[in-house]
Ligand binder design. Structure first.
Ligand SMILES: [Zn+2]
Ligand SMILES: [Zn+2]
Length: 174
């Protein structure tokens, strides 16, 4: 179970978050982003979306709080962080039978059109309850426990498919 935490961040505009992501990407810093959705267990402002830009080299954490999903800005930032091929193309399908439970669950939830989201917690992420590991978590709007997938190396195949499933569902349900 992922422990709850209070996320502290500096309030910033959407443009300032995007600019910061571009600067961090070009400076080679260890950085990443999160989108904290209204129903997320980690949300210190329930009912609102928070776009987070986290720089683990400098310790800066910027956040933009909004009523609306920042999904388009999020896509741009995910591309900056993980490369163009992580979303937008055909998802890399893990061979049937070898995919982890978290991926089966994401596919199933999309099929049922049930709201869900995931968190990619990188080894240095302040949210990561197991620092040093790569951890993907999945929360759905069903009352069920959080799915976790932990690895020592970047789980690129799983991440690529889960990002594609997430953005397909998120864009389709708007
Ligand atoms: Zn969440
Ligand atoms: Zn983080």
């Amino acid at each position: 179970m992922v422990e709850n935490w209070v996320l502290r961040f500096t309030d910033a505009s959407l443009i300032a978050c995007l600019d910061a992501a571009k600067n961090f990407a070009s400076s080679g810093d260890d950085w990443h982003n999160h989108v904290i959705k209204p129903g997320c267990v980690h949300n210190p402002k329930p009912g609102q979306y928070i776009l987070i830009i986290e720089n683990n080299t400098t310790g800066e954490i910027l956040g933009h709080v909004s009523e609306e999903s920042p999904v388009e800005t999020e896509k741009e930032i995910v591309r900056l962080r993980h490369g163009d091929d992580i979303i937008g193309g055909v998802p890399a399908k893990m061979p049937i039978g070898s995919e982890p439970e978290i991926l089966k669950r994401a596919r199933w939830l999309n099929g049922k059109d049930i709201d869900w989201h995931h968190h990619m917690m990188m080894p240095s992420c302040v949210l990561n309850p197991r620092p040093g590991k790569w951890l993907i978590t999945l929360e759905s709007s069903l009352s069920e426990s959080i799915y976790e997938y932990e690895t020592d190396e970047e789980p690129r195949l799983v991440l690529s498919e889960i990002e594609a499933l997430f953005f397909n569902h998120e864009s389709g349900s708007k």
